[in-house]
Design a binder for this molecule. Structure first.
Ligand code: FPP
Length: 233
């Protein structure tokens, strides 16, 4: 594996519904398979030396438009993850952070999310960031309002009021499931992110394929607007 490892990876976990449909299973089973996959990938990302993995678990649009039954299934997965599975992450010294407007979630889910953050160690080498009821546009509007209340809006003051305050910008964003767009995920923060798209449905996205995305990233020429560098030898 290359030593050019991204510090922060964003992951758009798309394709759970299609994965379930192909197997004639309910969509909720696709999300359950997605959660298992996410757990494996988080452990793998940590092992690879990535410091932050941000997973898009529920977008603002999903919350508004998905059937109640599907949302209940997702909340049940969150209950299970944050009450049970999260313990193994803590045992390894990793931390949890949540971004998005969680104020509208069921009371017990909100409590589990805030407890997970409170229990998280400071200065953890690895943080798993959950984007829940997250959308970049509402995030930017909230941040702009708060920054304006306090004074001038600059890149620094705006960033300091985004949900991601304190996190480095993502270096790499991976989207599974075949669509090639960001869908309101870390839009401001992704200004210089490298993008990696794969048709693989999220429950089938193995650690091996994650490594392929890392290798692809390692070969990219990140110029941040500077002139082209000499060809790679
Ligand atoms: C998009 O696939 C995926 C989601 C809306 C949910 C992703 C959630 C998980 C992987 C579980 C996360 C676990 C926790 C604990 C938060 P889709 O349903 O839009 O797939 P489709 O495009 O094939 O229909």
């Amino acid at each position: 594996m290359s030593d050019n490892i991204p510090r922060h990876v964003g992951l758009i976990m798309d394709g759970n519904g299609r994965w379930a449909k192909k197997r004639l299973l309910p969509r909720s089973m696709g999300h359950a398979a997605g959660m298992k996959r996410m757990i494996k990938l988080a452990a793998h990302a940590k092992e690879r030396g990535i410091n932050y993995l941000t997973v898009y678990a529920l977008s603002t649009e999903n919350l508004a438009a998905r059937p109640k039954e599907e949302l209940e299934g997702l909340f049940d997965l969150m209950r299970k993850y944050f009450a049970v599975n999260v313990k193994s992450l803590f045992k390894e010294g990793a931390a949890i952070r949540v971004i998005g407007d969680i104020s509208v979630l069921p009371q017990d889910v909100k409590k589990l999310l805030s407890d997970a953050q409170t229990k998280s160690p400071a200065n953890a080498p690895f943080t798993l960031v959950f984007a829940i009821n997250y959308g970049s546009r509402p995030e930017i509007v909230r941040a702009a309002r708060r920054a304006a209340e306090e004074g001038e809006i600059t890149e620094q003051t705006l960033s300091a009021h985004l949900d991601t305050a304190g996190l480095p910008d993502p270096d790499l964003i991976i989207r599974t499931g075949g669509e090639m767009r960001l869908s309101n995920f870390l839009v401001y923060q992704a200004a210089y992110a490298e993008l990696y798209f794969t048709k693989t449905l999220f429950p089938d996205f193995t650690s091996r394929e994650f490594d392929r995305a890392l290798s692809d990233f390692a070969g990219r020429d990140r110029r941040y607007g500077a002139a082209t560098s000499a060809p790679k030898g």
